[in-house]
Design a binder for this molecule. Structure first.
Ligand SMILES: Cc1cc2nc3c(=O)[nH]c(=O)nc-3n(C[C@H](O)[C@H](O)[C@H](O)COP(=O)(O)OP(=O)(O)OC[C@H]3O[C@@H](n4cnc5c(N)ncnc54)[C@H](O)[C@@H]3O)c2cc1C
Length: 651
């Protein structure tokens, strides 16, 4: 290692062994909550986080709306109604179990957060009297003001509050430490998790972390199709360090994944081709329901699902006549009629009627509270907006009472991407699991954005906590730590250190670039077996020819190299998943040229993929396999309903 100007210790020769009951990998929202649940149950917990837990992860700098808080006192919908709607909205290709947990327990986690010091209510009365605020509880709502199940929250206060609570509960937090591989063993003739290997990303120290139960919460893959070596920070919507290591280590250990063939056309600041998230004038998500105008200043009409033009700003926040509720938020790609909410007129219709480009968001035409809540609270609390958008635009003179913000198309951020430039965005594939959020390997659980069809902060917090309590119960039932395989750990250490022992070689960026190009060429918007096989062959050649040439100068670059090795593993997983789906599927955005069929009944199933001794193994399960969500949940969570939903543990 060239240590001449490296500010940290050189610990490349050191191995430390630690053990615990429950090991949590990833310290985002899901990881923090998993650790809290296990620690509350008296289990010893280690949490491993590649960044700094107090501010790491997708929600590290904040987020502004909390979805599916169906049990809040103002909500008029039930967890069952919303969870079932989420599943139905995706034609069955959704995670009923996890969405039900989100809808049933999400608001409990918000109350926890409030007790840890997070800001959940308008306690400063900034928006007193506003239509979206309940003046009694001071809760504030987004999207559907009638049914009140999406809350506007001050997400920038959440991660520091969670971190403080972890320390208070005695969780051992290993910050700046990357988990790199899972350890497994055989127990009663079955594979069982035994912990993980990890590396300090500043000093290179190697860790063997032994645990009774392990929980994966390392978010979802990125930089698979889209990578720009000059703008690495702008390569993805999610943080730079979230690139799918959890998927890679899981796949290598034999964990089963589903829906990995689903990907969407690139969006959101991908590889610098779009705009900083939420930095362009639009009327989606955080900016819902901004007033939009065309180049002449003519207002663009909003219509309800039946095409009725809405006359007032207020009407944009209510269901259509005869509609109980509508869905909006991160998961919702293109809602079915039943769940469609108010929207601006279709782009084609606007062009037909003579509306002229470019369009602008014009907050000056909105009621004062609606303007202030979008520009100030939402754009400000939303991830990555406080400084890049709110502060910078304001300092440069942007005044939402006077100025308009240009919109560059019709979507959230609205840049046109080619079909081959794709992302795992919205509700993509991920880990397959049972009702305990346990993977197919005993002793290994998953939560948050690592689960299939995941999305959003409430989902991450609720599933994290749920996995933490199930893992804690399992750990209590085990008397001893599972064995681990010393040779496996030693081999992992050698794999990790190889690039830093190489004097001259290729840079991690070159490999990332090559993988992205391969995925664009062979796993783009249209797929067929011939292309997918060529892609796999090419990736295999990267594995054998390029990986052994990657070199780096310090532990930070070493971590970047490990990340790209993981991107390579994830890319192969995606190609295998694509190969397994033989016909096109609209809900999965999956288009084949070598099949004429789209969504034939026999193929409307979850296909799972895993690896065993180097061989890829497929299986499939019917959609809606999870049964009646409310009944199945209640069968398994009586204890929680009797105690914690009544406030046990909360200060
Ligand atoms: C810009 C932005 C805005 C968003 N806005 C909203 C919103 O308004 N409302 C909403 O509900 N949702 C929002 N989301 C989504 C929401 O933030 C995520 O769904 C949620 O935070 C996921 O939590 P998680 O714990 O699963 O993953 P993350 O929060 O991403 O946490 C994963 C953690 O794992 C760590 N990690 C990764 N690899 C390793 C490794 N190898 N070893 C150790 N640690 C590792 C990462 O550093 C990270 O801290 C937004 C996301 C982004 C990016």
């Amino acid at each position: 290692m060239q240590t001449y100007n490296w500010p940290y210790k050189n610990e490349l020769d050191i191995t430390e062994m630690l053990s615990c009951d429950v090991l949590v990998l990833g310290g985002g929202l899901a990881g923090c909550y998993a650790a809290i649940a296990a620690a509350r149950r008296g289990q010893s917990v280690i949490l491993v986080e590649k960044g700094a837990t107090a501010r790491s992860g997708s929600a590290g700098t904040g987020f502004d709306h909390w979805e599916s808080a169906c049990t809040n006192p103002c909500s008029t919908v039930t967890p069952k109604e919303i969870a079932e709607a989420y599943v139905d909205e995706q034609c069955g290709y959704s995670n009923g179990i996890a969405h039900y947990i989100e809808c049933r327990e999400g608001y409990d986690r918000l109350l926890d957060l409030e007790s840890f010091g997070g800001k959940v209510r308008d306690t400063d009365d900034e928006f007193k009297g506003a239509e979206f605020r309940d003046d009694e509880t001071k809760l504030m709502f987004a999207y559907d003001y009638k049914n009140k199940f999406t809350l506007r929250v001050w997400g920038s206060t959440f991660k520091p509050a969670l971190f403080k609570e972890l320390l208070r509960l005695g969780v051992k937090v290993l910050d700046r430490t990357e988990a790199t591989a899972l350890l497994t063993t055989a127990r009663n003739g079955k594979k069982h998790g035994a912990g993980a290997c990890a590396m300090d990303v500043r000093t290179g120290k190697f860790y063997i972390l032994r645990a009774k139960e392990t929980i994966l919460t390392m978010s979802r893959p990125a930089r698979v199709w889209l990578f720009n070596p000059d703008m690495t920070g702008l390569c993805e919507f999610r943080p730079m360090q979230s690139i799918g290591s959890g998927h890679a280590m899981g796949y290598k250990a034999g964990i089963e994944f589903t829906m990995m063939e689903k990907s969407v056309k690139g969006e959101f600041s991908a590889a610098g081709r779009s705009f900083p998230p939420y930095g362009a004038g639009n009327n989606h998500n955080t900016w819902y329901a901004a007033t939009m105008v065309d180049a002449r200043g003519v207002e663009i009409p909003y219509v309800d699902r039946d095409g009725n033009e809405l006359k007032t700003v207020s009407e944009r926040y209510y269901p259509a006549p005869g509609q109980k509720f509508f869905l909006k938020g991160g998961v919702i790609d293109n809602p079915k009629y039943e769940y469609r909410g108010p929207e601006t007129l279709d782009f084609e219709e606007l062009m037909r009627r003579g509306y002229q480009l470019p369009f602008y968001a014009d907050l000056s035409r909105m009621p004062d509270a609606e303007r202030r809540v979008i520009w100030g609270m939402m754009v400000g609390e939303e991830g990555k907006t406080k400084i890049p958008i709110l502060k910078n635009y304001t300092e440069r003179g942007f005044d939402p009472q006077k100025h308009m913000l240009q919109s560059y198309g019709t979507g959230w951020q609205s840049a046109n991407f080619l079909e081959q430039e794709r992302q795992l965005f919205g509700a993509p594939g991920g880990i397959w699991h049972d009702w305990d959020l346990k993977t197919n390997i005993d002793g290994i659980y998953a939560a948050g954005d690592q689960l299939y069809a995941s999305d959003c902060a409430g989902f991450a917090c609720a599933t994290g906590y749920y996995a933490g309590r199930k893992a804690a119960a399992a750990a209590k039932a085990l008397n001893t730590l599972p064995d681990y395989n010393e040779a496996e750990a030693a081999a992992e250490r050698e794999r990790l250190l190889a690039p830093i022992r190489r004097e001259d070689g290729m840079d991690w960026r070159e490999l990332n670039m090559a993988i992205s190009k391969a995925m664009q060429n062979y796993c783009g918007g249209v797929k067929c077996d011939a292309l997918l096989h060529e892609g796999l062959d090419l990736l295999e050649s990267f594995e054998t020819e390029i990986v052994p040439q990657i070199s780096c100068k310090n532990p930070h670059e070493l971590m970047r190299a490990h990340e790209v090795f993981d991107i390579l593993t994830v890319s192969k997983l995606i190609l295998h998943a694509c190969l397994s789906r033989k016909t096109s599927s609209e809900p999965l955005f999956f288009k084949r040229t070598d099949s004429t069929e789209t969504d034939p009944e026999r193929d409307c199933r979850f296909i799972t993929v895993r690896q065993e001794n180097g061989e890829v193994i497929y299986d499939s399960h019917p959609l809606y396999y999870f049964g009646d969500l409310e009944t199945e949940y209640e069968k398994r969570n009586g204890d929680y309903i009797r105690t914690e939903q009544k406030g046990a543990y909360r200060k």
